[in-house]
Design a protein around this ligand. Structure first.
Ligand code: SF4
Length: 442
């Protein structure tokens, strides 16, 4: 076998960054490079970084430091690369720093270290859907890049720029390729899924020769025709999100909405530069549940935002108590270099932020446990993720991979990842379900 150059690859950050990594890996594979998750046999190491919050910046800088120490030849890309100086001041030895989705610049940096191999007709073919970092049965489908909002705690618009949507023709073609390659669940991701197509003025594309607008609703309709679960993530709470709910009720897309609300108090939301308030959100949630009672709602919140009073925090807890969301992530506020919120008055002490986080999570754990206990005795469809010697692990429509809970199927080993299994829910904990497969006697 010829001496094929090997690229060590480290992918950090959110699902959007994972998609960037997949694009770079696909291009590397197209050019004939091999990959390794290990530094030792690599010719050069590429690190796709995250720069969203301080802890992510530190994790990325540590990963770069480790790669430099263990290997020496390191190329940095991704969100942290947008501020090259942050990287080079800590690690002057890196070979190149490129920003998020600068695929060509990464390839140029790789070429400068190790040229692509001569064409080898025996090398593996690249799958139609490209190289994926997710298991074969689910895939992230990135529909746009960047964001037009200016939430005061966030620097994503600085890192990734204004909204740039992919045309609907292109997105649906990618989704079809993924499904043809065996993907059973499409996870629609972006910074702001509900704004999809705004920048293109909802330009008309073509799907199977039919004109279709580049717009969230039309995208959900088209993806809903494919033979796969379709899960919508990062849906900013615009009013037109309501239009998706009938598609969920009718089974086109999963009855699952990941809608980051961040807070419930009008004054905190105002300081965050985000819309909404406690009452209007509860009304909308009630409206969604009227149309589609089984809808699973996921959201994320920030506690300890500058100026968040005890009253604001209690308002958030009241909201959580009444809204009874299915899945919730919560973070304490922390400054992010360059964010407007850093300059707001009345920052809270760390111990107070932690106290609020713990109170919030305790309440949500009770709500989650209660909601999951209500599922015991019902049959649900479970998508299998993993199978081991002790049994299988899967998810229902209410669980996104990596962020939500799971369904444990103890002792079930005669299934495979990517299979849909009808299962009877026989037990529950705060975040997970226990189930047994149901066999059809017919
Ligand atoms: S909508 Fe999301 S990505 Fe856009 S500025 Fe707000 S938090 Fe950041």
């Amino acid at each position: 076998m010829t001496n094929v150059p090997v690229i060590g690859f480290v992918s950090l950050g959110c699902p959007k960054a994972t998609v960037d990594s997949e694009r770079i890996l696909t291009q590397l594979k197209v050019e004939g490079y091999r990959f390794s998750g290990d530094y030792h046999d690599a010719d050069v190491v590429v690190i796709n970084t995250c720069g969203f919050i301080e802890s992510a910046v530190e994790e990325s800088l540590d990963a770069i430091g480790e790669a430099l120490e263990k290997h020496g030849k390191v190329i940095v890309t991704g969100c942290l690369g947008k501020n090259a100086q942050v990287v080079t001041s800590r690690h002057p030895g890196v070979l190149a720093v490129t920003g998020p989705h600068e695929y060509e610049a990464v390839m140029e940096a790789v070429h400068a270290v190790v040229a692509p191999p001569a064409f080898d007709p025996h090398q593996d073919l690249v799958p139609t859907s490209g190289v994926k970092l997710t298991p074969r049965h689910y895939a992230y489908l990135k529909i746009s890049e960047g964001c037009n909002h200016s939430c005061s705690f966030c620097i994503i618009p600085d890192l990734r720029g204004k909204l740039v949507s992919r045309g609907i023709t292109d997105v649906v073609a990618e989704a079809k390729n993924l499904v043809a390659d065996g993907v059973k669940e499409l996870l629609v991701v972006s910074q702001d899924t509900s704004a999809y197509g705004v920048d293109l003025k909802y330009r008309t594309g073509f799907v199977d020769g039919r004109p279709v607008a580049t717009r969230m609703y039309q995208l959900a309709e088209e993806l809903g025709k494919l033979d796969a679960w379709v899960r919508m993530h990062y849906v900013y709470p615009y009013p037109h999100v309501d239009d998706l709910i009938p598609l969920m009720r009718d089974g086109l897309i999963l009855p699952y909405l990941d809608i980051p609300l961040q807070h419930a108090s009008k004054s905190v939301l105002g300081a965050m530069k985000r819309p909404g308030d406690h009452e209007s959100m509860l009304e909308r949630i009630a409206g969604w549940r009227d149309v589609c009672p089984e809808i699973a709602l996921r959201s994320t919140f920030i506690v300890g935002f500058p100026g968040e009073s005890e009253r604001d925090f209690n308002e958030l807890l009241d909201f959580i108590r009444v809204a009874k969301l299915d899945r919730v992530g919560c973070f304490t506020y922390s400054d992010v270099a360059g964010a407007q919120a850093n300059h707001l008055p009345n920052h809270l002490p760390e111990e107070e932020k932690t106290r609020r986080l713990e109170a919030f999570m305790l309440l949500q754990a009770e709500i989650s446990a209660q909601k999951l206990a209500e599922k015991v005795g019902y049959e649900m469809v479970v998508l299998i993720d993993e199978v081991g010697a002790d049994g299988a692990v899967g998810r229902t429509y209410a669980d996104a991979p990596e962020v939500d809970g799971t369904v444990l199927l103890p002792g079930v080993t005669d299934v495979e990842p990517g299979m849909f299994v009808d299962a009877l829910i026989v037990g529950s904990s705060a975040y997970d379900l226990i189930a047994e497969p149901v066999f059809d006697d017919a």
